[in-house]
Design a protein around this ligand. Structure first.
Ligand code: AMP
Length: 121
């Protein structure tokens, strides 16, 4: 499967569709999920064209990998849900069909602001 340039997050990255931006740097963009499942529900996406976590781990540069991990932690701090400023959160990536991934551009969900509940329902 090749990367679909018309997926919704690619359009957000190109500025063709608006988002409620939380954070941006050279490697990542973060914005609020349009359909929040918890009090706080943010998304963190790499700027590179990666379909899912497997694609990313095989093709991304070390800088992009570090950038994504640091980005997740930075966004959690910005949202006040990191361990030092809040009560913690859940970071989750759905991967492909069985993982329930709908948008084919790698993204981490950050859930917080309340108890997130069972890991798998
Ligand atoms: P997943 O099922 O892991 O692929 O998650 C995709 C997520 O993207 C869902 O939680 C959607 O609510 C969210 N989403 C879809 N379109 C948008 C959008 N335009 N802005 C923000 N979040 C979106």
């Amino acid at each position: 499967m090749s990367y679909d340039d018309n997926n919704i997050f690619a359009k957000i990255l190109r500025g063709e569709i608006p988002c409620k931006k939380i954070y941006e740097d050279d490697h990542v963009l973060s914005f609020h999920d349009i359909n929040p499942q918890k009090k706080i529900h943010a998304l963190v996406i790499p700027k590179g064209k990666y379909i899912d976590f497997d694609d990313f781990s095989q093709k991304a540069s070390p800088e992009e990998m570090v950038g994504l991990l640091k980005g997740i932690s930075l966004v959690a701090k910005k949202l006040g849900i990191s361990v030092d400023t809040g009560k913690g959160y859940r970071a989750l990536a759905n991967i492909s069909e069985h993982g329930g991934q709908e948008v084919p551009h790698l993204h981490f969900h950050l859930f917080g602001g309340e108890k997130v509940g069972k890991m798998v329902e």
